[in-house]
Design a protein around this ligand. Structure first.
Ligand SMILES: [Fe+2]
Length: 258
């Protein structure tokens, strides 16, 4: 199974959105033959109707099944009323074969901060109870600090409680965005993964625009980062949930995983 994880598209008529990068990224993405594309929020920059329309038109160029949650930018300026109209439920449990995907909105209207709260914690538990071979949780804001993304802010307010539920239940994979840099770290038996920005001009240092490719085969999860400008992908992390084996190029630079 192959899942593409893309984030922080930032469709906008100002300086945020880079359409040339978007088109290049879509070409790379459409060539991958993914089973699912998970989009972890910030499809727009100001949450405006014209941006929602633009984002929706742009996203129609991406082939395949999509699952989408909102980001903080999508909730601005009454954007929270537009999101369901354009992209469906903000919170969902989707099952597909052996996979359960729990998508959640961490964002709240006109706030940059993120929070899940009791009801969404209950939804996580309901999704976990489905006991599929693979449970994935996806939302916009980050759960742990992300290096190389500048001064720490906007980590979800109830990160402690959320992390506790995830770790106690050995959820293998959590997908997030918001910080515009790719990152992965294993905590206990869970791999926490951030996607960088797909098409926003606000990139960090040399990270550029990227998206993540998740390949799941024989109980092993391999996550690669696609550098959109170069059109090249590089393996970032390899994780086997049942034995906890994890090779992460961020911390084990000498170990080859490709
Ligand atoms: Fe964001």
């Amino acid at each position: 199974m192959r899942i593409a994880h893309i984030s922080d598209i930032h469709a906008n008529y100002g300086s945020d959105f880079n359409n040339t990068t978007f088109e290049k990224a879509v070409k790379l993405l459409n060539a991958l033959e993914t089973d699912l594309i998970f989009i972890s929020g910030d499809l727009t920059t100001e949450g405006l109707l014209r941006e929602y329309e633009y984002a929706s038109e742009r996203l129609s160029k991406i082939k395949g099944k999509k699952a989408i949650v909102p980001g903080n930018h999508d909730e601005k300026n009454l954007g929270y009323k537009l999101f369901p109209e354009f992209f469906g439920n903000t919170d969902f449990i989707r099952t597909d074969g052996n996979l359960t995907l729990i998508g959640l909105a961490t964002s709240e209207p006109d706030k940059a901060d993120g929070r899940l709260g009791r009801n969404r914690h209950r939804l996580i538990k309901r999704g976990i109870e489905k006991k599929k071979d693979l449970t994935i949780i996806g939302f916009h804001h980050h759960l742990v600090p992300i290096p190389n993304s500048g001064r720490e802010h906007n980590i979800i307010e109830d990160a402690g409680e959320t992390l506790d539920i995830i770790l106690r239940n050995n959820v293998p994979l959590v997908l997030m965005g918001h910080r515009h840099v790719p990152y992965a770290v294993k905590v206990h038996n869970t791999l926490l993964v951030n996607a960088g920005t797909f098409s926003c001009n606000r990139t960090r240092a040399h990270f550029g625009n990227t998206f993540n490719i998740i390949d799941i085969k024989h109980e092993t999860i391999v996550i690669s980062v696609m550098n959109i400008e170069e059109g090249k992908q590089r393996k970032m992390v390899q994780f086997t949930p049942h034995d906890g084996c994890c090779i992460n190029r961020y911390y084990e630079e000498n170990m080859r995983i490709d």
